[in-house]
Design a binder for this molecule. Sequence first.
Ligand code: PGD
Length: 782
Amino acid sequence: MTDADRTGAAARRPHMSHWGMFEAEVADGDVVAAHPFVGDADPSPVLGNIAGSVRNKARITGPAVRRGWLENGPGPSSGRGCDEFVSVGWEELTELLANELRRVVERHGNSAIYGGSYGWASAGRFHHAQSQVHRFLNTLGGYTRSAHSYSLGATGVVMPRVVGTHWKMFARSTSWKIISEHTDLLVCFGGVPLKNTGVNHGGTSDHPTRGALDALRQRGGSIVSFSPLHDDLHGAGERHAPVPGTDVAIMLALGYVLATEGLHDSSFLDSHCVGYDRFEEYLLGRSDGVPKSPEWAEQISGIGAAELVALARRMAAGRTMVTVTWSLQRVRYGEQAPWMGVTLAAMLGQIGLPGGGFGHGYGSMNEPGLAPVPYPLPTLPQGINPVRDFIPVSAVSDMLLNPGAPFDYDGRRLTYPDIRMVYWAGGNPFHHHQDIGRLRRALARPDTIVVHDPYWTPMARHADVVVPSTTSLERADISCTRNDPLLVAMHAAVEPYADSRDDYDTFAAVAAKLGVGEKFTEGRSSQQWLEHLYGQWRGHVLADGARVPSFDEFWNRGHVRMRTEEDLILFGDFRTDPVNNPLSTPSGRIEIFSADIDGFGYEDCAGHPRWYEPEEWLSGARAQQFPLHLIANQPRTRLHSQLDHGATSQGSKIRGREPLRIHPDDAAGRALEDGDVARVFNDRGACLAGVVIDDSVRRGVVQLSTGAWYDPLDASDPDSLCVHGNPNVLTPDVGTSSLARGCTGQHVLVEIERYDGDLPQIRAFDPPTIIRRSAAGPVRSN
Ligand code: PGD
């Protein structure tokens, strides 16, 4: 990389974000436009958030330390989130961090550092914040880690036990090409929400979903969607709007019709699955006295029994694919929806056939349906973590509040470690975690919280030591994902903003202070790492007999194209020869009944898929008090909480608040009008949101996406009203089940009323008060 690369002297160079490849147009030290890659069939509107993001007022301009921590030293504090900060220099910050890491390790051991540090950060293989922080903490002897993700907490644990994998279900899923050419009937639980396909972890050069669905329909195929939100399916299709959270009951009823009408594929169930007989006992009601008939499902879901019977018959009559979105497992008992989806597809006997079988995550992210590349990715080695302690990722508040307490996870009884230091880089728990009031009480417990982020996110405001990171636009990197044909040269568009630094350089400096600098860097600068990682990757491609340019040539050209597996069919090889291509389950087959899960004896996750009545649903007792079902789904105007201050995200706000969609009848009953601000509340918390009246939302349901930056009216009160519309002040912090303890942020019951008080100002994007030291004494700024 030359200096010109870093300064952006050559404007409109290629770059990558999680929501698409683009060329950055630069003026006055900022990116003023992100022009989508010409090869992208359907660029994401989220690109609109990039312009102006480098010099945004929410940027952290330099290292800062919470005043209470600086003055009193490490220790639990309820001042987090409301204290002012003191601006420090890099040398002082490096010294403070090194000393505190040394203290914690020497006094409490490495397991006292929580480095789970969940979050999407930015695209780019080298500067990936999670990889950097994990490598750094491993260099120091390890840390308590987190397992799985907020996206797929339940799937990540249950599906390996059912089909031997969870990642293959999206990274090696049946391709859109095969679906559009072969599927007669696509039955989508959760729809195929196009808004989510804008995004892909690590980036994407193309967005083919819209085109694939159109092609399927043009060929004569049909789409049936089950979702309380009409627009979870784009274009023509048959839409059913069930009571939220009842998809498993619907799938059971479809299975019941197949079983009772002899439409199920007994030979596939015999040759490729185990445990169908045991499941059928439950399905037909022999084991519990409750047949899971269409009439039974109608009572639960509101979908007519006759419609379910007709659909089951159609499903058995042609090439049918059953898909389940990831959102369906981000609820209490979330393990059941993907498990039952596979079971239904297994009953149809089409798993492994072109256009048939099962899919998980179509419309949840861009990756499912994209053809994979056959090479390993360029990857920064993270080293070895000798610490055995870990938590399921969404148990972070449980862990901080209950040191030493036992908990169940995936058949094991584990213990929460006693955490003294929380180290976060590239994530925002105030976006991703549930029950923010409880999270704030949890974050008051450790001695020290360190956060690396380019922006003053709510998590940065709750830190003791704040490390200003560059954004990806300010540094060079390589982007590449498992399912994209392009390896992309991410050119730095502009200089690092103010006094920010690449996370790598921060970690390298602290590691050097602690005497392990060489171990962390291996003697390489960022640029040398890029060339090294490219060189390793290039070796794999050359070994495959393909042509691949030198690093310099690649860098100048902007990308390299790789071959992809366009005709992939999930579990195709297993179907053809289940003996020689067994699944990685104990039986080598699809486990409709899992003896292992059954053996765990969990009350909330039995040995086969089944219907559990959730606590947060419209037919439960809680709905008497909180009669609206809120769906806290992914936003259409940004990725998670990233760049909430950007133009596309801000363009959707109503009087500065996150939009909440409500059915006209529910709005009328509450005297709400379009453009009003409403207070959304339950017994966990409350937030303000802007009202959008929309009959594409089912009656009794409201929709408020995640990602509005938490903005408490009273920063000193953990249970304060959020004036901006963050639904995680309302959502429950309970796991999916004892099996996976996945996050359950998608569903929550609430009540809503018009907010007629003076509208509080949105302060989420204003930096906190920062004291700058000068010879004349402290100077406050905000
Ligand atoms: P982001 O907003 O992407 O959210 O949660 P996640 O924490 O990933 O946060 C990424 C942060 O990284 C941002 O603050 C950004 O500024 C910072 N960042 C970007 N680049 C860099 C960098 O180079 N260095 C550093 N240090 N920082 C950087 C997402 C999570 O939320 C997910 S994946 C899901 S699927 C969940 N979904 C739901 C849901 O459906 N419903 C609810 N209620 N809650 C959810 N939370 C989960």
